[in-house]
Design a protein around this ligand. Structure first.
Ligand code: 5RP
Length: 227
């Protein structure tokens, strides 16, 4: 019997499968994270030539450029056909929790430019109800204590994400991340709207307005496509 594929191998599998969605000579929106890193590596090895990419983080920009892929400023691109990114959780409607890599704000900005969102993830990310993964929220630091109290009133336990040195993690946008545990997100659209309206919230990591159009899930028996 073959040993089960590791999570890493499942990510590599979906990264490879995502190449089928990349059209040569187009501009592609590119997300952030370990699955996307594998996708960038697969893209570089594929020989597919893009006009360029719009990147969702400094880390992705560096990896794209190292692979010889031109990175175009988001504000100089009017529209994209595809945005390709991973997820921390995805439900049956394609709604996601994102932001485990703290890149949620730029991810949502680039996703908004795109007609379609291709989610690439290993099968462990598929859930019935969002909320087991702590919900990331990018916040303006002076608002974080009040935002934490607001989540407590919704039954969530929120805390500021720390970096390895024990200081608040600072995002590419110079802001902080609050991670919220204990939420059962049965109405993702409504919660996205509610939290987005709180003063000091930059971006909430619920992607319901920008849900996945297609999701490639890496599973032990091959890649599953969810639409
Ligand atoms: C980064 C994200 C990532 O897409 C998410 O954390 C999944 O990452 P990985 O592919 O490493 O599992 O939202 O902000």
């Amino acid at each position: 019997m073959q040993p089960p594929l590791s999570q890493d191998a499942l990510k590599a599998q979906v990264a490879q499968a995502a190449l089928a969605y990349v059209r040569p000579d187009t501009i592609l929106g590119v997300g952030t994270g370990s699955t996307v890193n594998k996708f960038i590596d697969a893209l570089a090895a594929s020989g597919i030539r893009l006009r360029g990419a719009v990147s969702s983080s400094d880390a992705t920009t560096a990896r794209l450029q190292a692979a010889g892929i031109a990175v175009l400023p988001a504000d100089q691109v009017q529209a994209l056909e595809w945005y390709i990114d991973g997820a921390d959780e995805i439900d049956g409607q394609g709604c996601m929790i994102k932001g485990g890599g703290a890149a949620l704000t730029r991810e949502k900005i680039v996703a908004d430019l795109a007609a379609k969102f291709l989610c690439i993830a290993d099968a462990s990310k598929r859930v019935q109800v969002l909320g087991t993964f702590p919900l990331p929220v990018e916040v303006i630091p002076m608002a974080s204590a009040n935002i934490i109290r607001r989540f407590a009133r919704l039954g969530g336990q929120a805390s500021v994400r720390l970096n390895p040195q024990g200081h608040p993690l600072v995002t590419d946008n110079g802001q902080h991340i609050v991670d919220v545990r204990g939420l059962r997100i049965t109405a993702p659209l409504a919660l996205e709207d509610e939290v987005s309206a709180w003063p000091g919230v930059v971006t909430v990591g619920i992607f319901a307005h920008h849900r996945a159009s297609v999701c490639l899930l890496g599973a032990p028996h091959g890649v599953q496509t969810l639409r």
